[in-house]
Write a protein that binds this ligand. Structure first.
Ligand code: SF4
Ligand code: SF4
Length: 510
């Protein structure tokens, strides 16, 4: 069979709305294209197995950057880590490796790259694993086009244009290599400038976003980013209502077959997170009707036992926080008084979903932003929607570190008191980060003291993943806004010690 498009993926493919690749495949099929999938190729021969696509290869490392997948935050190979059940076989820098294999075997084929690894390496970026700056992945991979962020609109447009043999420039939500900068592009500091000056690197960081046409010079060429297209609730309804089989063969995702995605994007703007450069920092929610319809369809499945595994998104309690100015306003929604943070749309959705015939429980497994969750919502989920725990991520307790993370210092203690007062029989689970820029041993010890006695605690050493603001702090040693110097723990011994001091204290008190 000759395929129109062949996906080459650094992850196993599963036909479920939790998989970005599955959504793209189903959408392309709806529009008449046939799509082949090559999962986790481990050698060059494997990219040949479906032949040459009529239109293009679409290459992605999947939902996670291959370096994050393959290495611990202390750069230890995960397959050598006796504490991890890691069994992935994805090459380091998977997107570049796959593209090289395709180039060698199908010289004339068009290659489109996308997914997290491509999105977050689209301009010059700091690569923690090599401890150096790298050029845009478009140069390293020699791909023709890069799709960043949500990819549905882009991939359909690329499929249409390649069918019609039209040029591939000016597609919103993509990046290309160009000899010139078109009008209305904001020029970022060049590759040479950011390599020579950490202040320039900070300037570049502050200008990165999805909503602007951006250009960055590299030698005699430019990387052009065409601003992201606008995705709407209607678009999401269409994508999540595609005819997925929902079959999840992956061990790691078992228990999530009956999960439902309610929205995309996050207004959190945490500095260590790159979701703003992928899904964006505005909320796009599916309509209530579409979500309820999906739940009703689950209830009809013969193997469904009545429990919805999750009703969530990047931060579950941001459902419904859409704003009709999101295409023209780029301010911080979390701080905006115009935004309806009452959770009323979410509460209504939860109430209605519980009454659907055939539904026993609607669980909430995604984490929430507890710092702006009203009590009425916490009570509701504690009473009806928790399996055993509610996941929250205070990240740290020191004010200065929290500020550098762009996290509100929250009302952690008050929240704990309130949750415990509910006596709902459920627990909280907590996620913290240590060794983030700004955290010395002093802050780590303070964190250890603050979390003494807490059960269900996960603690990660900060990983400087490409293109986040915190990674900029790690690389430059300064706050990108103020340019003031900040303390950064660089040595493995200190990072380990910052983790040990917290975990030992926690274990000791158990
Ligand atoms: S709240 Fe979560 S998803 Fe949102 S920016 Fe922060 S870490 Fe990312
Ligand atoms: S008006 Fe407020 S809520 Fe709306 S997009 Fe702007 S900052 Fe966000």
């Amino acid at each position: 069979m000759e395929y129109d498009i062949i996906f080459v993926l650094g992850e196993l493919f599963f036909d479920h709305p939790l998989s970005g690749a599955a959504i793209l495949k189903r959408l392309l099929e709806k529009h008449g294209y046939n799509v082949g999938v090559i999962e986790k190729p481990t050698k060059e021969e494997e990219v040949k197995k479906l032949g040459k696509p009529k239109l293009f290869f679409a290459v992605s490392s999947g939902a996670i950057d291959s370096m994050v997948r393959n290495y611990t935050p202390l750069k230890k190979k995960r397959d050598e880590d006796k504490y991890s059940d890691y069994e992935e076989l994805v090459p380091d820098k998977a997107v570049v490796v796959y593209c090289n294999w395709i180039k060698k075997n199908f010289k004339e084929s068009l290659i489109v790259i996308g997914g997290t690894e491509a999105s977050l390496r689209r301009f010059v970026h700091y690569d923690y694993w090599e401890n150096r700056l790298r050029k845009s992945i478009l140069f390293d991979s020699r791909a023709d086009l890069l799709v960043y962020g949500n990819g549905e609109k882009q991939i359909l447009e690329i499929a249409e244009r390649t069918t019609e043999k039209l040029p591939l420039d000016s597609i919103e939500g993509t990046c290309i290599v160009s000899r010139i900068i078109p009008e209305n592009f904001k020029e970022l500091p060049s590759e040479e400038e950011v390599t020579d000056s950490k202040e320039k690197f900070c300037e570049m960081q502050l200008d990165l976003n999805n909503h602007t046409n951006l250009a960055q010079k590299s030698g005699q060429r430019y990387i052009l980013q065409y601003k992201s297209p606008l995705y709407t609730s209607k678009d999401l309804d269409e994508y999540y209502e595609l005819p997925f089989s929902r079959n999840i063969p992956l061990k790691s995702l078992r228990g999530f077959e009956f999960s439902i995605v309610t929205h995309r994007g996050c207004i959190g703007n945490c500095n260590f997170c790159a979701i703003n450069l992928i899904q964006g920092n505005k909320i796009i929610s599916r309509s209530e009707e579409s979500i309820l319809k999906e739940i009703k369809n689950l209830a009809k499945l013969p193997y469904f036992k009545g429990n919805v595994d999750d009703l969530g998104g990047p931060s579950a309690n941001m459902y419904g926080m859409d704003c009709n100015r999101c295409d023209i306003c780029h301010n911080d929604c979390l701080k905006c008084e115009k935004l309806d943070k009452s959770h009323s749309r979410l509460l209504q959705l939860l109430k209605k979903s519980r009454t659907i015939p055939g539904i026993r429980k609607i669980y909430l497994r995604s984490g929430i932003r507890y710092d702006f969750a009203p009590k009425i919502y916490i009570k509701e989920i504690a009473e009806h929607h928790l399996y055993d725990t509610l996941r929250i991520a205070p990240e740290h307790t020191d004010e200065n570190v929290l500020q550098l993370m762009n996290k509100d210092k929250g009302n952690f203690k008050e929240f704990l008191q309130f949750f415990n007062s509910l006596k709902c029989g459920k627990k909280l689970s907590y996620y913290f980060i240590t060794a983030h820029p700004g955290s010395s041993m002093k802050e780590a010890k303070e964190l250890a003291e603050a979390v003494k006695g807490l059960d269900n605690l996960s603690l990660q050493v900060f990983t400087p993943t490409p293109m986040t603001t915190s990674t900029c702090m790690y690389y430059t040693g300064m706050d990108p806004k103020s340019k003031e110097k900040i303390y950064v723990p660089y040595t493995y011994s200190e990072k380990k010690e910052q983790k040990r001091v917290v975990l030992n204290d926690v274990m000791f008190t158990k």
